[in-house]
Design a binder for this molecule. Structure first.
Ligand code: NAD
Length: 486
């Protein structure tokens, strides 16, 4: 499973590992060292064409492969991810900059869970029937769509890549998948695992490359009937503008600017511990991370002192060292974007309570991209800092006086992905949960995930839901059959 560094990745098309037809490659950088440590294909429409041809060839057999056989293969993939957990986690950390301990406890276990969950799910997936007394009976078939496209981001590379691929395959589709060009390595290793697990050639095809050349070729290809995309709202809008007029099925999981609403009657210790986690896990680079902390004014000062003190204890450094809580920012481009956002916050009149600076480490990490966890106050809801997604280790604090004001602040952005509520008053929690504009609400917890639940956002955070039956429904086409009763 291990790659010899420097490596040159290959596409996985029709069960073969192949170089891009153009011969063009992109450099891949280790963000904790700043070094180019490998190359990945910069595939284009020609490679995508080959992948679609391979998928179309594989589809007739895969779509009628008995559920039990699909279950066995997908479960074997899950088992092999578990077997290779340490190597995969190390590859993810080198590629992404996230702490190795986090890759081991979160990313890799979830990648295998995704396959195991949908392997089991497909065995239980049932369809509807509607009886019309003595007139007719309807039953609905749910058939695989055909060849589908799955495009994923860099923040949870294998975790989100498999979250799309597993239900698509379980439902009987053949897949053209593209991981982020920033973090391609575990997707390449997954191809090897799928081959070892006995996934038939052409059922899963992985093409590597950037958004404009490779991602767009997937979205534009007329043979690809559905697109499941996770990434920025900007790219999501661009994808929708191409795919919607072609009447492709679309699932878009996009950006967020998630509020945590913290009331004075919360369980203080638990709230503090979990709000640190919800704000800074993965250097704040999780779409579900809380970036706007709304705090009841009566506890605002107490919160800000205690929170800033704990944030300053988060050690930032070499992600391979398990003593560090925070690793590197994923890329130079993203590092520079976050530093610009911190500058903007200062220009807008924000007060930096802690952090706000880049960190220069020594030794092998001297050229890595590291930022101190940053807490900012004194910015109103309309500021750019409180409106635009930063997607890094940066949070703002805003006080509120009433439930109404908390709701107003929570809903005051274009996004609506996740909201976290901290209160011991269950009625208050119900009221806010019903009124907050968010697809996902956590009350007195954060990132507790049951894979059966609908996952996704409202407003500019996306369209459609992933998870559970929602995902299997997305990756199938319903067909109703009405039979008259004699
Ligand atoms: P991105 O939009 O830049 O890229 C995501 C993927 O789309 C990459 O594979 C990229 O190559 C591809 N891509 C880019 N432009 C494309 C185009 N025009 N056509 C087709 N493909 C294209 O996002 P990113 O920087 O990799 O990830 C960070 C973003 O993802 C953040 O906004 C974050 O909130 C979001 N995100 C959302 C969720 C969610 O579930 N809602 C989860 C994780 C990340």
């Amino acid at each position: 499973m291990n790659l010899t560094i420097p490596y040159q990745l290959e596409n996985f098309i029709g069960g073969n590992f192949t170089a891009p037809l153009s011969g063009m490659f992109l450099n891949n950088v280790n963000p904790a060292t700043g070094e180019v440590y490998g190359q990945i294909p910069n595939s284009n429409d020609k490679d995508v064409e080959q992948a679609v041809a391979a998928a179309q060839k594989a589809f007739p057999a895969w779509s009628v492969t008995p559920a039990e056989k699909r279950f066995t293969i997908l479960n074997s993939i899950a088992d092999l991810i578990d077997t290779h957990l340490n190597e995969l986690a190390e590859a993810e950390t080198i590629d992404n900059g996230k702490p190795l301990w986090l890759s081991k406890v979160m990313d890799m276990p979830r990648a295998s869970s995704n396959f195991r969950f949908f392997a089991t799910g497909l065995m239980h997936f049932a369809t509807d029937s509607h009886a019309m007394e003595d007139t007719a009976i309807n039953y609905t078939l749910r058939q695989p769509i055909g060849v589908v496209g799955c495009i994923s981001p860099w923040n949870l590379p294998l975790y989100l890549f498999t979250w799309k691929i597993a239900p698509a395959l379980a439902a009987g589709n053949c897949v053209i998948a593209k991981p982020s060009e920033v973090t391609p390595v575990t997707a390449f290793l997954l191809a090897k695992i799928c081959k070892e697990a006995g996934l038939p050639d052409g059922v899963l095809n992985i093409v590597h490359g950037d958004g404009p050349n490779c991602g767009e070729a997937i979205v534009k290809h007329p043979g690809i009937k559905a697109i499941s995309f996770t990434g920025s709202t900007r790219a999501g809008a661009q994808i929708a503008s191409v795919a919607a007029p072609m009447f492709k099925k679309l699932s878009l999981e996009l950006g967020g600017k998630n509020p945590a609403i913290i009331f004075s009657d919360c369980n203080w210790e638990l709230m503090l511990k979990e709000t640190i986690r919800s704000s800074f896990t993965n250097q704040g680079q999780i779409c579900l991370c809380t970036s706007r902390l709304l705090i009841e004014r009566t506890i605002y000062d107490k919160f800000k002192t205690a929170f800033a003190e704990k944030v300053q204890q988060l050690t930032v450094g070499d992600p391979m060292n398990d003593n560090n809580r925070q690793g590197a920012i994923v890329s130079k481009v993203h590092f520079e974007k976050i530093m610009r956002c911190i500058e903007t916050a200062k220009q807008e009149g924000g007060t930096i309570l802690c952090g706000g600076t880049a960190i220069t480490l020594t030794g092998k990490n001297a050229n890595g991209y590291f930022i101190t966890p940053t807490v900012i106050e004194n910015l109103g809801p309309a500021t750019q800092t409180n409106q635009e997604e930063i997607f890094g280790p940066v949070v703002t604090l805003q006080p509120f006086d009433t439930v109404e004001e908390a709701l107003q602040l929570a809903n005051a952005t274009q996004y609506g992905l996740a909201t976290t509520i901290w209160t011991q008053d269950i009625n208050k929690a119900h009221t806010i949960s019903a009124q907050v504009q968010s697809g996902i609400i956590w009350v007195n917890c954060w990132l507790v995930r049951d894979l059966r639940t609908p996952f996704g956002g409202v407003k500019n955070s996306g369209v459609g839901r992933e998870g559970g039956w929602e995902a299997l429904r997305f990756f199938t086409e319903p067909k109703n059959i009405c039979i008259a009763l004699a």
